[in-house]
Write a protein that binds this ligand. Sequence first.
Ligand SMILES: [Mg+2]
Length: 317
Amino acid sequence: MAQPFILGVDLDGVVGDHTRRFRDIMADIRGVDPESLPLERSWDFAEWDLDLDQYSAYHHQAVMDYDMLATMPVLDGAADTLWRLSNAGVWIRIITHRLYVNWSHAKAITDTATWLDRHSIPYRDLCFVGDKPEVQANAYVDDAPHNIVRLRDAGNMVIVFDQPYNRDLAGPRAHSWAELEEIVMAAVAEHSGQFAAQLPGIDPSSDRLPTASPPPQTPSGDLTLRQLQHVIERTYGTRDAERGVAASIAWLAEEFGELAQAIRKGTADDVEHEFSDVVAWVVTLANQTGIDLTKALERYRSGCPKCQASPCRCPST
Ligand SMILES: [Mg+2]
């Protein structure tokens, strides 16, 4: 069997919109308008009046207090494109330099894995590296000038993911994930000779590869409440946001009615079905109102939230 084509994918500035999230956090910390911190920035953040020490301090605060690594927006098309590449046989090796500081490795790793999962970003390997960028990939995509130069000096193919601070570097350069997909598939074709020159998945009318949303990552084992919240968010989040809380309450009320009816005169299957609908709408409402149900239900962990006993010892009312 042919060796798979391994694509080394950097996270910050390539998959995640690091500049935007860090700007919003910085603006909050400094109490200024985010617009006052330009997104067109140099690698050293000179436009934001930051020196290296200040950058390190703010970065630490952003990761620890603002969960920056778990809350970064994903750049347009990144997840869908990675799924298409993965489905086409490309081995996705995520490479992140998020351990370049000596503190909070546990948080950096946990938040990164959570973030990848939440945004359904596919990968086969996840490499946390310090300052050695090379991880034996056939091609790399990175935005950081020093990584790009060092990888190229070592003889690697590196696609520059276009950012204001890397515009002086030679191509290949991708200005978007659509362009990146095109460049990668051409490199894959050259590598294996297996892929057509007309690249699948680029043309929206192409039916040779699925262009729909990535396959959902189905939690295995018993479904936890937290997993359920994530699944409901991923499945209905956009529609729920459009519909609003009031409409969800109306739906929940309707489902309660159906549950009541099923218990009164339905079969066991009907009751089970209606319970799942009621719980799903409760979860939707929790998502819409920003409630972590797992945390909320901690009150009940050891029994009655009032008397703390199980069975409850409160006087009957
Ligand atoms: Mg980067």
